[in-house]
Design a protein around this ligand. Structure first.
Ligand code: NDP
Length: 314
């Protein structure tokens, strides 16, 4: 099948759904592909307490469903599935989905997000959202006055450790080598924070916890020393994985300007990519803030930029 749309939105996190709300209210009749993880990264967290408008907090899944319903209310056409191929060399742009349907799009808003890298442990999957997190700003508050571990040695890990140190009783920063990759300034901050303890040359081998019919919780992190092979356990209530993110841009390689880590490059202060008519919003082009609210704001900008583009190229 072949379809035409004024605005194709790829991705269903806060950026994609917000772009859809704005684009549909501007009569652009957007078509939105929700991708494999409908609702995006927030659907793998538990409680969201820092998104304005929810004074009591809200579950990530429920919040994304709210934003989705808002986009549907104004007539966004939602599709299950993924865009697997794009051709941005001509307009309308030609995009192919995983059902081999072809979409001819006058504008495209890319909001495919980024995915946290995970260790790949079975126990990490089991306790994800119940003591295992990849976002201290999102989930740190639940560990107030408790002990936690952060895994990683880069800027993200050191920032997460510093953030958590203000809330938690103790933070173990577990790194696989004996020196940090993070900037010198972040290293100093970590070393000068009394309640952060470095755990060098250590790799996580299991996250331990308790589970009953109603709940799950983490009780510890089993680590192995890479030099001595000794195994020990840190008694912690939370484990924050901070071993990097990767932007979901594989499908756009060769079609758009990406930076050396694969993030889409947008013109500062806007959602414009190097291809006129193609816009990007949210974590797929943001490696600094990575928040639901900044992604939503990006989606809003992208829809407005797309609307202006359609007016100028009518
Ligand atoms: P990085 O790739 O810089 O660091 C990832 C860290 O995780 C490394 O220390 C790495 O160890 C470790 N690691 C990777 N895989 C594993 C694994 N399987 N098991 C255990 N440890 C692992 O990612 P970041 O997210 O920290 O940073 C990404 C980019 O964003 C960087 O360019 C960073 O500078 C930037 N950034 C900037 C910030 C700022 O300026 N405020 C804040 C956050 C990020 P090893 O060192 O041994 O490779």
């Amino acid at each position: 099948m072949e379809y035409n749309t004024k605005c194709l939105i790829i991705g269903s996190g806060p950026a994609g759904y917000t772009a859809a709300i704005y684009a549909s209210r501007a009569d652009m009749h957007p078509l939105l592909y929700e991708g494999i993880q409908v609702g995006g990264q927030l659907t793998i967290t538990t409680e969201v307490e820092n998104f304005p408008g929810y004074p009591q907090g809200i579950h990530g899944v429920a919040m994304m469903e709210d934003i989705r319903q808002q986009a549907l209310r104004f007539g966004t056409q939602m599709r299950n599935g993924e865009i697997v191929k794009v051709d941005f060399s001509q307009r309308p742009f030609i995009c192919t989905d995983d059902n081999n349907d072809i979409i001819y799009a006058d504008t495209v808003i890319i909001a495919t997000g980024a995915s946290a890298r995970w260790l790949g442990l079975e126990s990490e999957k089991k306790f994800n959202g119940y003591g295992v997190s990849a976002c201290a700003t999102c989930d740190g508050y639940f560990y107030k006055d408790k002990d936690v571990a952060v895994i990683g040695g880069g800027d993200t890990a050191t920032e997460e450790a510093s953030y958590l140190a203000k809330l938690c009783r103790k933070v173990y920063l577990v790194h696989r080598r004996d020196e940090l990759r993070a900037s010198k300034a972040m290293q100093q901050r970590v070393f000068n924070t009394p309640n952060i303890e470095m755990v060098w040359n250590s790799i996580p081998i299991e996250i331990t916890g308790e589970e009953n019919k109603f709940n799950k919780s983490v009780t510890g992190l089993k680590i192995q020393n890479t030099r001595t092979s000794a195994i020990s356990t840190l008694n912690v209530d939370g484990v924050f994985i901070a071993i990097g993110h990767h932007p979901n841009t594989e499908v756009f390689q060769g079609q758009l300007e990406l930076d050396n880590e694969g993030y889409i490059i947008t013109r500062p202060g806007s959602s414009h990519t190097n291809i006129p008519g193609v816009f990007a919003a949210g974590d797929v082009q943001d490696k600094q803030y990575k928040q639901a609210i900044t992604a939503a704001a990006g989606g809003c900008k992208a829809a407005i930029d797309a609307e202006h583009f359609l007016q100028e190229n009518a």
